[in-house]
Design a protein around this ligand. Structure first.
Ligand SMILES: [Zn+2]
Length: 247
């Protein structure tokens, strides 16, 4: 039986619906109906070295790089805008909370393709996901940032390295914390894995599902820098599936 016919049969038995509007999908559609796919709230941040997300991220890590001689502007981009009142938020939510691994892979691939199309991301050779604390990973069996990062790495022709960073502890909900506390909390949450030192790379990309304050990614950024103490420092950039609008 052809793949198309198998999918058609499966769709009859178990209809697939659009993640955004809930409409039943046609056989050739995946995750989104044609209308929702045509209307994706793409950021186009990958086309600009300087954008709102990158400026925000650089202002967060700025506090920690005063004593660093090599600390270039960090590139940052997200695939989609995230807005609490916009139904497109259901894409990252489905990947994170409903464990929709296939959507994570496909949108991760899309993210990787967009980044590859930009000259300043084209030389990324190592992709690192924001790690979950091992107890949470054990409970969930799934790290959404890892699913997105692995597919993005493949689309970019870069190496995927899920175990370069360790999460020392769970940071819990960050929402109610003051900004300064949130940052120091996130920064101390990550450390380099002494048994998995990244070597010989020029441009590292750290990937998460959603960019809100930038504190989590800043924590990863600083932990990666620690891994390179005394060695030649690669450029470190960040990318996410979605970015909370008006960052
Ligand atoms: Zn739709």
């Amino acid at each position: 039986m052809s793949l198309y016919r198998t999918k058609a049969l499966l769709d009859l038995l178990m209809p697939r619906v659009c993640l955004v509007c809930g409409r039943t999908l046609a056989v050739e559609e995946n995750h989104l109906c044609g209308a929702c796919r045509g209307d994706l709230p793409l950021t186009y941040y990958w086309e600009r070295e300087h954008n709102l997300m990158a400026d925000k991220f650089n202002s967060v890590i700025e506090k920690f790089r005063a004593d660093d001689e090599y600390m270039p502007y960090s590139y940052a981009a997200a695939l989609l805008f995230y807005h609490a009142e916009n139904p497109y938020k259901r894409i990252p939510q489905a990947i994170k909370y409903l464990y929709n691994r296939r959507a994570g892979k496909d949108f991760g691939t899309m993210l990787g393709e967009k980044l590859s199309s930009a000259a300043h991301f084209a030389d990324v050779d190592l992709v690192i996901p924001v790690p979950l604390h091992w107890t949470r990973l054990w409970k969930r069996g799934y790290n959404q940032a890892g699913v997105i990062a692995e597919s993005a790495a493949r689309a970019m022709g870069a190496k995927y390295a899920p175990d370069v960073l360790l999460r020392r502890r769970k940071t819990g909900s960050q929402v109610s914390r003051a900004a300064g506390e949130r940052l120091s909390n996130a920064v101390s949450a990550f450390c380099p894995n002494p048994r998995k030192r990244p070597d010989g790379c020029r441009h590292i990309l750290v990937v998460d599902d959603t960019f809100t304050t930038g504190a989590t990614l800043a924590g990863c950024y600083l932990a990666i820098r620690d891994a390179f103490t005394g060695r030649e420092m690669p450029r470190i950039s960040v990318a996410t599936l979605s970015v909370v609008e008006a960052v």
